[in-house]
Ligand binder design. Structure first.
Ligand code: PLP
Length: 404
């Protein structure tokens, strides 16, 4: 994060901070800010109003929906704008399960009350499934992953064949960056008659997402991972899916998410996603090159560093490690003092001293899992930054060993 004191205090010895936590959040694109501003200051009507300003807002919302859908291989009607990834996951999982409860209450045939989740899903997914267990008695079946965090497709097939309300498989993992075999998972689940929800929060705007092409039933996206402001996202959901709204009210967003639409936010989402997708191919190649250089530099600086996740099928700007014998939290604090901002795995676990769940599921011990660090970035890293990170890491680990 930019240091506000920097302008007065910066000297040759205090280099700028290096932000390497884009998997947690990133800067808002200038194009998105420029595009959204008029919908806060001039065309601020409610899109449900019948007057001219309302119609202008409704047209902007429609245009944003169409552009956003096109960039995710979806149709405009698939898009439900929400407040972000967490809400989208909640809406899909609770909404699909509650629709099943409604069918059961009406005496209609339905699937067993079971939610299948991969062992490496985000807490927004895990806790939604847990909520259904606590309040409606749904069973939660967890699918194991291998040592690189790939979902075990044979285990998924076995669980799907037992019948389930829904299976949740993420597109790319937030802790170790592994890209999951989502299209295969969807095929397997659909063959057993089980719909699939995909958490694509880390994927959208970073790697290609083709909602209709993968045939997923619903898919969650979050704006602040690709250059839109925080608190904005969407659930893509096929009309074949029966979904109960979780937020009730005036019936906006096809009745699936009531509340006056955030027109400026939808415009920002569409513009940021379009910018991210338009530059994805060239940016990804350059970002992946710097990631590989960073991995080599870290391993040279700290020979006992162990890269986590799939080294090839992973998000381009994502490098993650365990540093056995060191505590990730302590390392992260020391690096921060040296102007290097990283995370210890999952932003959501920080501050609660939780062990990164993905690493445990991958077979790491609790102690090793607690030594995790994640470096994530959306733009290529200059060589001097990579060298600076490696040197800081070396110095931090020396300092922590000396103080131990
Ligand atoms: N799902 C995944 C995989 C994530 O990484 C995150 C956030 O980091 C979320 C869901 C939650 O998204 P949001 O921050 O928009 O609520």
């Amino acid at each position: 994060m930019p240091n506000t004191a920097m302008s007065n205090a910066a000297t040759e010895e205090t280099p700028r901070e290096l932000y390497l936590d884009s998997a947690a959040s990133g800067a808002v694109s200038q194009a998105a800010i420029d595009a959204m501003l008029p919908f806060m200051t001039e065309a601020y009507g409610n899109p449900s109003s019948v007057h001219a300003d309302g119609k202008t807002a409704a047209r902007a919302l429609d245009a944003a929906r169409s552009s956003f859908a096109a960039d995710l291989g979806a149709r405009p009607n698939d898009v439900v704008f929400t407040s972000g990834g967490t809400e989208s996951d909640n809406l899909a999982i609770k909404g699909i399960a509650l629709a099943q409860v409604r069918r059961e209450n009406a005496g209609m045939a339905s699937r067993p009350r079971r939610i299948i989740v991969s062992a490496v899903e985000h807490p927004a997914v895990m806790q939604s499934a847990q909520w259904l267990h606590d309040f409606f008695g749904f069973d939660v079946a967890t699918i194991p992953v291998d040592a690189q965090a790939h979902v075990d497709l044979a285990a998924l097939r076995r669980e799907a064949e037992r019948g389930a309300t829904l299976a949740c498989i993420m597109m790319a993992n937030n802790e170790v960056g592994t890209v999951e075999p989502v299209a295969d998972a969807v095929r397997i689940c659909h063959a057993a008659g089980v719909p699939v929800h995909v958490d694509a929060v880390q994927a959208a705007g970073t790697i290609p997402v083709d909602f209709r092409g993968t045939d997923a039933d619903s898919l969650a996206v979050s704006g602040h991972k690709f250059g839109a402001p925080k608190g904005l996202g969407a659930l893509l959901v096929r009309s074949r899916v029966q979904l109960e709204p979780v937020i009730s009210g005036g019936g906006q967003e096809r009745g699936l998410r009531s509340g006056t639409e955030n027109v400026a936010g939808a415009v920002a989402l569409a513009v940021a996603l379009h910018e991210a997708c338009a530059t994805m191919e060239t940016r990804s190649a350059a970002v992946a090159q710097s990631r590989d250089a960073l991995v080599r530099a870290v391993q040279n600086a700290v020979p006992f560093a162990h890269e986590t996740g799939d080294p090839s099928r992973r998000l381009p700007g994502h490098a993650s490690f365990v540093f056995p014998g060191v505590t990730g939290e302590a390392l992260l604090v020391d690096l921060d003092a040296r102007g290097i901002e990283v995370s210890s795995g999952s932003a959501c676990a920080i501050g609660r001293h939780e062990v990164p769940g993905t690493l445990l599921a991958m077979g790491y011990s609790e102690t090793d899992a607690k030594s995790a660090l994640r470096f994530s970035f959306r733009a290529p890293l200059p060589l001097r930054d990579i060298q600076r990170i490696a040197a800081a890491l070396h110095a931090s680990i020396d300092a922590l060993h000396a103080s131990a």
